[in-house]
Design a protein around this ligand. Sequence first.
Ligand code: PLP
Length: 350
Amino acid sequence: MGYLRPDIAAMNGYVPGFQPPDVASWIKLNTNENPYPPSPKVVEAILAELGSDGASLRTYPSASSQILREAAGVLYGFDPSWIIMANGSDEVLNNLIRACAGEGQDVGYVHPSYSYYSTLAEIQGAAVCSYGLTDAFTIEAFPEQYHGKVFFLTTPNSPLGFAFPLEYIEELAQNCGGLLVIDEAYADFADYNALELVKKYDNVVVTRTLSKSYALAGMRLGLAIARPEIIAALDKIRDHYNLDRLAQAACVAALQDQAYFRESCRKIIETREWFTRELTSIGYDVIPSQTNFVFATPPDKNGKRVYTALYEHKILVRLLSDPLLAHGLRISIGTREEMETTLAILKKIG
Ligand SMILES: *Cc1c(COP(=O)(O)O)cnc(C)c1O
């Protein structure tokens, strides 16, 4: 196929977590979705937007998503000019690379973290460089002055679940010549976040998603918070109608129902802490988590064995392809009942 760019023809696409077609017959703990439904106000808002005959869908949605930026601005304490809404945070991660890294220029990230950064950078023809983690969860051999155009820091980290200390993130911001993109997909489950660094450093961007903590993975909603100059550049390159009408309605309702949101996060954190204690008591090594999942290593350090045994009981967890992580599993936190079932099977299979 001589029509294609050779690098695109040669690249491996990103492989998302498995979504079984008969999803209702599984306990699904492999892609960090929320086990609870979104706020009832989200459902009301979507139905109201749709109307009885769907006539609202004839016309284009708001191109700016301004009402969403205002709702997010109130929630996070920023002027709306510091916020851009995205069709999932994946969209804005992609556009940050497009805005900053030209062909052959460096984009960096931590390995292990979210490997989609690498795919997105490859598509732009950027040069990708990953940095490992030390046993103390610091970045291995990170240069005193990093000259890449964009560096992605997933914190709290996925798949390991720990969060980098704020002072450490701040040092990185000072050492990065380009943008430091702090991917806070899991920050709502953590004890702290890095939003104050956006105000303090002009190269810091924070991204968030409504997929996990707001239970809206199926609506595709994310956002970025950064200086207005960066937001203005991102606005130039995004699809002009990047958020559909129903997603916009859902987003405002979700962000405004903080009571429901906080209760949902509280239940997940409580279950996470209980599950961590239980796993530890049966000999698993569990990294203390600041997210809605745990990375857990069974006593025989054989992630594949436990993955397969759980799979046979229709429980789906994440076994990572990287040999460095094959000793363990990433297990999303489901409802208390789902985790009790999972724990009972883990005890049975030893
Ligand atoms: C889930 C996740 C995303 C993607 O979020 P979407 O808003 O669903 O696109 C981005 N980064 C990390 C680290 C994630 O875990």
